[in-house]
Every structure is written in C-alpha cells, then in structure tokens.
Design a binder for this molecule. Structure first.
Ligand code: SF4
Length: 279
C-alpha cells in the first residue's frame, strides 16, 4: 500500500491530474469532494486546470484517491483488531484476473512504450507470451461489467485462474510498476493469511472492504463520455487492445468536466455502499 498522509475532514488541496498537494489553485477550477467514509469524513479540493485533457490523464489522481480511501478502510478495519496481511514478495494475487479501465490501459501502454529499449523489449515479450496463452486457453470471455461482485466477473475469474498466468509486469515475485500499479491491484488488500490467496474465492470475504472502487468510477465516467457500454481490458491483453483502439484515445475533454464527473461517481458509489449495508 502506498504511504501518504491521510486527507482530513477539513480537506486537502491537490492537483486534480497528478494527485500531488498544491499550495494554490491559480488558473484552476477547484472541485470539492466530500466523502462520508466509515473511517471518518474526508474532503479533497481538486484543482483542475482549465485545459482539455485525455481520459488517461485522470489515472494519477484516481490512484491518489484510491490510496486515500484504502488507508481509511484499513484504519477502520484496525479499529476492530484486524490488520493488513499483504507482504512484499507475496505475489499470489498477481496470478488473478486484473481488469483495467480503458484510461488505465492507455496509461500502461504509453508507460511501457516509454521504457528504455532493452526493458521495453523484455516487457513487450512478456505481454506477447501472456496474450498468446490467453488466446490459446479457448474462447476469450468478454467483460462488459466492472462490477467485481458480478456473476460474470466470477465466471471469467475462474476461467483465468485455471490458466495459471503470471502478470507480465511481475518480476521475481515483485511488481515492476508497484508505485503506479493498476487500480484493481491497489484495491485488493487482504486481512487474512496471504497463503490462502492461492484460492481467491475462499478468501473473498477477508479482503479490506473498499467503500468505493476507483476502477469502477473511472470506467463509468469513460462509458458515459464515450457513449459506450462499461468496458474492462484484461491486463495481459493491454498492448494488443490499445493498438487496435488507438483512435479512441485522441479525444480530449475539459479537465474540470472530467474531475466533476469522477467526483460525482465517487460520491454516489460511497452513498450506495452505505445504503446497501456493505460498509
Ligand atoms: S500490475 Fe503489479 S501488482 Fe498488479 S498483478 Fe501485475 S505485478 Fe501484480
């Protein structure tokens, strides 16, 4: 888990694209986000620049918000005597299905393309091998929902687990992109013995309960803006998928609009989780 100062109920001013703290919001529109989390209220003042941006530019602030919400959820779990069991070097969940939102898939594609050439070739080879294994595993199931509780995700997860496929970004049991790992990886934190993680369905009940999933919120914002169904990209297919969809990534929207939509989705998700008794 990323270590960072926890936002407070009074709020913290952060850059709405990088998620980094700011002293002033000059030249920006500030979007106020207040979340009534079980671990205590949190507020963020998101300074969005008045310029058009691509959806993938929201990924860093989503990581920041995800880490803050996860820290609050872990803090809340700690109040009942539970603690995080995940440890460095345990890579059991790096053999699970990792669904990326569409903006994250572009972010990852561009990150890999920007690596030094020797490293890029190694990573691209790992993606090619993983994709070949996925395609050889029979008909590729399609994901149309980001809802990790859905029957569809459960069915595809079982199919994926049977392939015993390590994430192409895993290097000697460590995540090679840990600081910038996908939202789904950030939102998967266990409270129980990680040795049980080789059987994810058996440990599903002992995960830290996230009051709201940033990967879902980002996917919903994308679907609304692009007027498409909610989509997920299987991580090992990212390079393949982005190349086939590059035309989609040229679009830009005003940054304040994207940040407002994200804040609205997040607020609604936290309220819905509370109303459903999930928290
Ligand atoms: S991106 Fe990193 S944390 Fe996520 S599955 Fe791959 S290696 Fe594991």
């Amino acid at each position: 888990m990323m270590v960072s100062a926890l936002a407070t109920s009074a709020g913290v001013l952060v850059d709405a694209l990088t998620g980094r703290p700011r002293l002033r919001a000059a030249g920006c529109e500030v979007i106020h986000l207040r979340l009534a989390l079980p671990g205590g209220p949190m507020a963020f003042h998101l300074a969005a620049p008045e310029r058009p941006v691509r959806l993938s530019e929201l990924v860093p602030v989503c990581r920041y918000l995800s880490s803050q919400i996860m820290q609050s959820a872990v803090h809340d779990a700690g109040a009942t005597g539970e603690s995080v069991a995940c440890r460095k070097g345990c890579s059991a969940c790096c053999h699970y299905l990792v669904p990326l939102s569409v903006p994250e898939s572009l972010w990852l594609y561009e990150h890999v393309q920007a690596l030094p050439s020797a490293r890029r070739r190694t990573v691209m080879r790992a993606f090619t091998v993983a994709a070949a294994k996925l395609f050889s595993g029979g008909r590729l199931p399609m994901l149309s929902s980001q809802d990790s509780q859905s029957e569809e995700i459960g069915r595809v997860s079982e199919w994926y687990r049977a392939l015993d496929l390590a994430c192409p970004l895993l290097r000697e049991h460590l995540c090679s992109v840990y600081a910038t790992r996908p939202l789904a990886c950030r939102e998967h934190v266990m409270l129980t013995d990680p040795s049980g993680c080789t059987n994810p369905s058996a440990t599903a009940g002992q995960r830290v309960i996230m009051p709201a999933s940033l990967v879902n919120c980002l996917a919903e914002v994308t679907a609304e803006l692009e007027q498409r169904p909610i989509e997920s990209v299987l991580l090992p297919l990212t390079m393949h998928w982005v190349r086939a969809n590059l035309g989609r990534f040229r679009h830009t929207w005003p940054a304040p609009l994207l940040v407002k939509m994200l804040a609205e989705r997040l607020t609604a998700a936290v309220r819905a989780a509370e109303a459903s008794g999930k928290l």
